[in-house]
Design a protein around this ligand. Structure first.
Ligand SMILES: CCCCCCCCC/C=C/C(=O)SCCNC(=O)CCNC(=O)[C@H](O)C(C)(C)COP(=O)(O)OP(=O)(O)OC[C@H]1O[C@@H](n2cnc3c(N)ncnc32)[C@H](O)[C@@H]1OP(=O)(O)O
Length: 280
């Protein structure tokens, strides 16, 4: 087992058998070949800082270019938290140049994940608001741990900000227009049973079965010839991705204008203060 620890992101690239302590589930040894595991590791809440976003993109690129790998399981190393979403401190009180660099990195990660040739399975082992939810939505399949605390959704409006059009598109492509419209306006975070009902996740399983289920699902997806599956994925997703590709700079400018507004800075600061005060 090759293991590589990058700042903020633990990558376990598994080209051989897992250690015997891990349950094999229903999988044969062959099924597990060529599957990497990307574990987000940026304690305490796996927020997506510029550094994490950058490392994530580099790791994906490495896996895409290494023909040993055909699938990736995306999961978390932080107990109870898949990802708290974009790092709010990257969007508060920083320079215009910083905002631009940060937003380009968010765009880049979304494009890489959404159009990845690899099979991506999200093993969601914790709460997953906003950007955390977005990461899982870019995957081909989502397995969520059955824990009432593990809410998932795009809650941006509750922070006083707006989910960008490509966040919205990703959700619409997953759950349909009406469900997305309601979820986005209300900033809904769905508990597991609701998330399953609306199609935000594909399966809800007991917490100790998330990883083994993700591996079983992976085997099913890897049984399909790569070229046919990849072209089909591209057919389904490229029109959505192209909308951002065609206007990346304009999207960054829009973000800059939006995030620089006093009212938005105030909303974000208040939200962060509220999180900090929670501790008491
Ligand atoms: C183009 C168009 C224009 C569009 C322009 C706008 C586009 C914006 C799109 C935004 C996308 C996003 O993802 S915005 C991010 C949305 N994320 C969220 O709402 C999640 C907020 N976090 C939480 O709800 C909770 O922290 C949760 C994840 C459940 C974990 O709860 P816990 O009790 O375990 O932990 P907490 O005590 O709350 O948090 C531990 C510490 O982590 C910090 N923290 C928590 N979440 C954080 C976060 N996202 N970023 C930074 N820091 C965070 C807290 O402040 C604490 O800091 P200390 O007190 O200092 O230790």
């Amino acid at each position: 087992m090759a293991q590589d620890l990058v700042d903020g992101l633990l990558i376990k690239a598994r080209s051989h058998l897992p250690p015997p302590s891990e349950p094999l589930g229903k999988l044969s040894k062959r099924d597990r070949k060529g599957v990497a595991v990307i574990k987000l590791k940026n304690p305490p809440v796996n927020s997506l800082s510029l550094e994490v976003l950058t490392e994530f993109v580099i790791s994906l690129e490495k896996l895409e270019n290494d023909k040993t790998f055909r699938g990736v399981i995306v999961t978390s190393d932080c107990p109870g938290i898949f990802s708290a979403g974009l790092d709010l401190t990257e969007m508060c009180g920083k320079s215009q140049a910083h905002y631009a660099e940060f937003w380009r990195a968010v765009q880049e990660l979304w494009l890489r994940l959404y159009l990845s040739n690899l099979v991506l399975i999200a093993a969601i082992n914790g709460v997953s608001p906003a950007g955390g939810c977005l990461i899982s939505l870019t995957c081909d399949y989502r397995v969520l741990a059955d824990n009432p605390k593990y809410n998932i959704g795009l809650n941006e409006t509750l922070l006083g900000v707006v989910a960008p059009s490509w966040f919205k598109d990703t959700l619409v492509n997953t759950v349909g227009h009406r469900t997305a419209e309601r979820a986005l306006q209300l900033g809904l975070l769905f508990p597991p049973a609701e998330a399953l009902r609306v199609g935000m996740v594909d399966q809800v399983v007991p917490e100790d079965q998330v990883h083994s289920t993700a591996l079983s699902v992976m085997a099913q997806w890897l049984a399909v010839p790569d070229h046919a599956r990849q072209l089909t994925k591209s057919l389904m997703r490229k029109p959505t991705a192209d909308r951002l590709v065609k206007q990346r700079d304009a999207d960054i400018q829009y973000f800059l204008q939006f995030v620089s507004r006093d009212s938005i800075q105030k909303s974000l600061r208040m939200y962060l203060d509220k999180l900090r005060q929670k501790k008491g």
